[in-house]
Design a protein around this ligand. Structure first.
Ligand SMILES: [Zn+2]
Length: 255
């Protein structure tokens, strides 16, 4: 069973990933059959609205991991879209065009409906790269810049040629799946909280296996449980392969 993890973080806040940290991550991933991971940048230790210096440092860490283990780490360029577009476009140039990263990552700096995304989405379309965007429906304490799935769907409708991976199936729930139903350019990743019985099956039934993609959110969640939520879901072998491997292979290019 081949597997690519579309949603991981380098766990050490604000510092270059140590050889020990990377070795632990690779050992635990490979034990679950994960051959490659997408590193989205450090966890949110710099807060929801990182400065330009912090963004640069986070992307430097991802580039360092890619250099150390090119067969294992693919990188996405982490951006705070509230910054000057010239800065963010420069980071895309540095990290994607010259550095070999495969996509962009947006978190909770501003809502996905904000027009400050437009130049960055245009550039993603030109480069033919996907973006991965955090989303969650919260009962309380939705962050000021934290997007709901409905807001991701709004962005997806405005940029139908850009592939968007909407994060956190468990945080998005059935309502989130329904929000993106009519947006064929949006996939949903299986991460977010602990598995809920039947939810992966629901997403596959409504969206098709081609739009559901395995992600763990390591190191907040461990690989074993996150892989098991797909392996133990009532899917056909072909659907499981699609979710665990083929969708990531497709949107990462040659992976
Ligand atoms: Zn994450």
């Amino acid at each position: 069973m081949r597997c690519i993890d579309i949603h991981t973080h380098l766990g050490t806040p604000g510092s270059v990933p140590s050889p020990g940290e990377m070795a632990t991550m690779m050992r635990l991933a490979k034990r679950q059959g994960i051959e490659r991971v997408v590193a989205l940048g450090n966890l949110g230790s710099d807060g929801p609205t990182p400065t330009q210096d912090q963004i640069r440092a986070i992307n430097d860490n991802t580039l360092a991991a890619m250099r150390a283990h090119p067969a294992f780490f693919a990188g996405f360029c982490y951006l705070n879209p509230a910054h000057d577009a010239a800065f963010s476009l420069g980071e895309i140039e540095r990290c994607v065009v010259r550095g070999g990263m495969r996509g962009l990552k947006f978190w909770i700096a501003v809502r996905a409906t904000d027009r400050c995304h437009d130049p960055l989405m245009d550039r993603a379309r030109e480069l033919g790269i996907p973006i991965l965007y955090h989303a969650w429906y919260k009962q309380t304490d939705q962050g000021a810049g934290e997007s709901t799935p409905a807001e991701i769907a709004d962005l997806a409708r405005r940029f139908p040629q850009v592939t968007i991976v909407m994060a956190h199936l468990t945080g998005d729930g059935e309502r989130g799946v329904l929000d993106i139903l009519e947006c064929p350019n949006v996939l949903i990743d299986t991460s977010g909280g602990q598995p809920e019985s039947g939810l992966v099956e629901y997403a596959v039934r409504r969206l098709d296996a081609e739009r559901v993609i395995y992600g763990s959110d390591w190191p907040i969640r461990d690989f074993a449980v996150q892989v098991a939520r797909v392996v133990d879901a009532r899917l056909t072998g072909a659907q499981r392969e699609q979710v665990l491997f083929r969708n990531a292979q497709r949107i990462l290019g040659s992976a």
